[in-house]
Design a binder for this molecule. Structure first.
Ligand code: FES
Ligand code: MG
Length: 598
């Protein structure tokens, strides 16, 4: 049932401390006079209206979110229409494709910046604009920490990309074209021109990559208006959602409905099952676990396996499927997928959402409008779409999407004819992505169709922030022979738009003493999916002596810090399976209420 809640009175608004504080008349006056400089009236600031922040994630540096610069005008219209006062402010830019060494380095930085703004300025509630991959988790992590009423407004995906009659999806086309380029089928100019086909309009990636996944996660968690996550950026419904978000956030403030009431254990479980049914990004467990840690909910990769692995794939969207987000939206988007999950008993229908209704209320009647694009639960694309959480003598946790394992892989790597779930292969080890690019085509490595490629030094410490480099392409010579993928293992991440059969996010990473640091080219690995294990096939004595040698040499070497933040982040960052959060930061919770501004 939609909750009826007691309402705040104007004098209970947080912003009163700044704008109506007779104990500190000087502070009040100074605050008011400067905000009036750009046209906000004295009456607006002093009459007890909710002050609503709008975190602006779009900029020239963040093109995936840039149309929020226009979209927030409609958010402001909605806020003003119901008596609120909007204050737009910038979020630290995060652009997945341009930020070096990796955009992941900035998720925690943007988080810290948002927490300081939301805690330290006169805001009663906030609309968090999101889009590109890490903008969404940074926003939700901050919402959980500060715990003032908050709503996520996604910018939405780009329109479908096309080349003739063929759909061209963001990211996924790059992985395909790189193989064509490596095989000599196309040249550099054609590579660039065909890649740009995937980006025909404003918006974030139009595949079910990390951006669409994380905005879908915001909706599945109950933090965005139902149905809003995947509205394509240029559609008129997108600006309507912006207006409605503005209207709704003011009511959320009066109801004092805060993120920690919405971000419950049940909400996170809903997010996990939804992610599997969407064929969501392998980055989702990192970010969702991080949001959970900031919300004070214990969530681990075991939960992802336990709740998510058995869930079938329902969204027929690239990279797992055939369509793009425009068709996915028209077929019913996130609500249609969640509707199927609810009917099948895989969702908590009573989870509360930002519109004040429960998830079940929001999903009533939201059937798929196109059963080819959003499948019925009884007729999925793949049966087990979620992740396995693998363990063994090299790491405590690493994720694998078993749904992408091909028949060819099964045949080439089968270890034991009596056990179809046990595989073995010889490893070739690379120290980070530069080493990979320098040596992958070296015939002396002896890479063949039964090789497992290993990438280490790519975790949050080794490659500050954690690189999306585990999905490695085979040597050009093998691609020319038609071998387009090899299994990969690594302590880094993989792009959400890649469908490679990889074991990734291995934690702890080599740089912090994880077992991957002990691997040597030529070693053999055994992958046992039934037992959920990956083991290096050397005995414990040999493993111990390798560790001794590594420690005597001063541990695993990684590149120097290039900036102060890289050093700070490397000192504080936790492993990928724990969400790559900053140690200490997750103990701060509900700070707006616990430690009001002084
Ligand atoms: Fe920004 Fe994909 S690169 S959304
Ligand atoms: Mg990415």
């Amino acid at each position: 049932m939609t909750q009826s809640r007691p309402r705040l009175s104007p004098d209970q608004l947080r912003s009163r401390w700044w704008f109506d504080n007779p104990d500190h008349p000087g502070t009040t006056a100074l605050c008011i006079e400067r905000y009036m400089n750009y046209g906000i009236t004295l009456e607006e600031l002093t009459s007890g209206r909710p002050i609503i922040g709008i975190s602006q994630s779009g900029s020239d540096l963040t093109p995936c979110n840039r149309h929020h610069i226009d979209l927030v005008k409609r958010v402001k219209d909605g806020i003003r229409a119901v008596g609120g006062v909007p204050f737009e402010f910038p979020m630290h830019p995060i652009h997945e494709n341009a930020r070096r060494p990796t955009a992941a380095l900035d998720r925690n930085l943007a988080y810290l910046g948002l927490v300081e703004v939301l805690h330290g300025y006169p805001l009663d509630g906030v609309v968090l604009t999101t889009g590109c991959d890490k903008t969404t988790p940074a926003a939700l992590m901050a919402a959980a920490t500060v715990n003032i009423p908050a709503m996520v407004l996604s910018g939405g995906p780009m329109l479908n990309g096309w080349r003739g009659a063929e759909r061209v999806g963001s990211g996924t086309i790059i992985w395909e074209l790189r193989k064509r380029l490596a095989a000599g089928d196309i040249g550099y100019d054609e590579f660039l021109s065909r890649a740009t086909d995937s980006a025909p309009s404003v918006g974030h990636c139009n595949t079910m990559g990390t951006a669409s996944t994380m905005n879908a996660m915001a909706e599945a968690l109950g933090m965005s208006l139902p149905g809003s996550a995947i509205i394509p950026a240029p559609y008129k419904e997108r600006s309507m959602a912006a207006y409605q978000t503005g209207e709704r956030i003011v009511e959320l403030v009066w109801q004092d409905l805060r993120p920690l009431e919405i971000l419950t254990r049940e909400a996170f479980e809903n997010a996990i099952t939804t992610c599997s049914a969407l064929g969501g990004s392998t980055n989702a467990p990192i970010h969702v676990n991080a949001i959970a840690r900031h919300a004070g909910i214990e969530l681990s990769n075991d939960d992802w396996q336990h709740l998510g692995h058995r869930v079938p794939l329902l969204a027929n969207v690239m990279p797992a499927g055939a369509y793009l987000c425009e068709e996915f939206y028209r077929a019913g988007g996130v609500p249609a997928v969640m509707h199927e999950l609810l009917e099948a008993g895989h969702l908590h229908g009573d989870a509360l959402t930002v519109n004040g209704a429960t998830m079940a209320e929001n999903l009533a009647g939201k059937e798929t409008g196109d059963e080819e694009v959003i499948r019925r639960f009884a007729n999925p694309l793949v049966d087990h779409a979620g992740f396995l959480n693998l363990k063994g003598n090299l790491f405590d946790s690493a994720l694998m999407k078993t749904s992408v394992i091909s028949a060819l892989f099964r045949q080439r790597f089968l270890a034991d004819p009596d056990d179809p779930e046990a595989f073995e292969g010889r490893v070739v080890v690379f120290e980070g992505s530069e080493d990979y690019h320098a040596r992958i085509d070296d015939p002396a490595l002896g890479i063949d169709e039964r090789t497992i490629l290993v990438m280490r030094g790519a975790g949050p410490v080794g490659h500050p922030g954690g690189a999306e480099v585990v999905n490695m392409q085979p040597p050009e010579a093998l691609i020319r022979q038609g071998i387009e993928s090899l299994p990969c293992l690594g302590d880094g991440r993989q792009s959400g738009t890649s469908g490679s059969p990889s074991i990734l996010n291995a934690s702890p990473e080599a740089a912090t003493g994880g077992g991957l640091a002990l691997l040597e080219t030529g070693d053999r690995l055994r992958i046992d999916l039934r037992r959920g294990e990956v083991n290096l096939l050397v005995d414990d004595v040999e493993l111990a002596s390798r560790r001794q040698r590594l420690e005597a040499a001063g541990g695993y070497r990684y590149p120097d810090h290039q900036t102060p933040w890289q050093e700070i982040q490397r000192t504080l960052v936790e492993p990928l399976d724990r969400g790559m959060t900053l140690a200490n930061a997750t103990s701060y919770r509900d700070v707006a209420r616990k430690s009001p501004p002084r």
